[in-house]
Design a protein around this ligand. Structure first.
Ligand code: GSH
Length: 231
């Protein structure tokens, strides 16, 4: 019980320290035909900047979690891109493959929106420092956990600033579970279709096509992931 309270409190603190970036949609973006692919991990400040931008542009992505010492997707990313560096973005629509969070953010804004990067995401080291503050309250929570690989990627409805979504994203990251990240920040054009599907506007919401399970509630989702995929 205390563990859960501390978990939620530190996740709220992380959202506070990142001043709510990734809370609302800031630009109308064109949706890519094929899903963007992002190799990243939850505690990395550079990866967080990119995830914030995805939420603010209302873009979805296929997430390949690469926690430190991870064995499922790290080697894939390193083989594909040639570097042990995260985030690493692959855009199958344009065949572009990019490192460097600032470059990825600029690319997303230019390719899918009007090219203007939100000020808070283009302040160089200050942006990285602000994003890094979000890792502090969650220190030690991202570490690889042996797991069984799902046959089909899971699906998560989320937005970056949500403290409860963070808890679920960390579990997906630790278990190295590939998932389609559906961003539905405040103002998202995808909220109506999400509510039509799930029945209410609440995130996190997980759908696992492998077991046909659909769940709300971060604690229940984490329990489900551990029970189903922990090796
Ligand atoms: N300037 C790069 C820095 C990226 C970076 O340093 N990423 C760290 C993770 S936070 C990394 O890839 N470390 C290697 C590793 O995790 O093995 C950017 O903005 O994307």
């Amino acid at each position: 019980m205390f563990g859960r309270t501390l978990d939620v409190a530190t996740s709220w603190l992380a959202s506070g320290l990142t001043v709510g970036r990734g809370l609302r949609v800031r630009m109308t973006a064109r949706q890519p035909e094929a899903l963007l692919e992002l190799y990243e991990f939850e505690s990395c400040p550079f990866c967080r900047k990119v995830r914030e931008t995805l939420s603010e542009l209302d873009l979805d992505a296929m997430i390949y979690p690469c926690p430190p010492n991870g064995t499922r997707f790290r080697p894939v990313a390193i083989e594909r891109g040639g570097k042990k560096q995260f985030p690493f973005l692959v855009d199958p629509n344009t065949k572009r493959e990019l490192y460097e969070s600032d470059e990825i953010i600029r690319y997303l804004a230019h390719e899918y929106a009007d090219g203007v990067v939100p000020l808070a995401e283009r302040m160089g080291p200050l942006t990285t420092l602000r994003s890094g503050l979000g890792s502090l309250p969650r220190a030690g929570r991202v570490h690889v956990v042996p797991s069984k690989a799902p046959a089909t990627p899971l699906e998560l409805w989320s937005f970056e600033a949500s403290p409860f979504c963070r808890i679920v994203r960390e579990a997906l990251c630790n278990l190295e579970l590939p998932h389609v990240l559906h961003n539905v920040a405040k103002g998202s054009a995808k909220r109506d279709s999400f509510v039509a599907r799930s029945g209410k506007m609440m995130v996190p919401f997980l759908h696992d096509p492998n077991t046909k399970s659909s769940l709300f509630e971060s604690a229940e989702i984490v329990r489900y992931l551990e029970d189903t995929y922990r090796a």
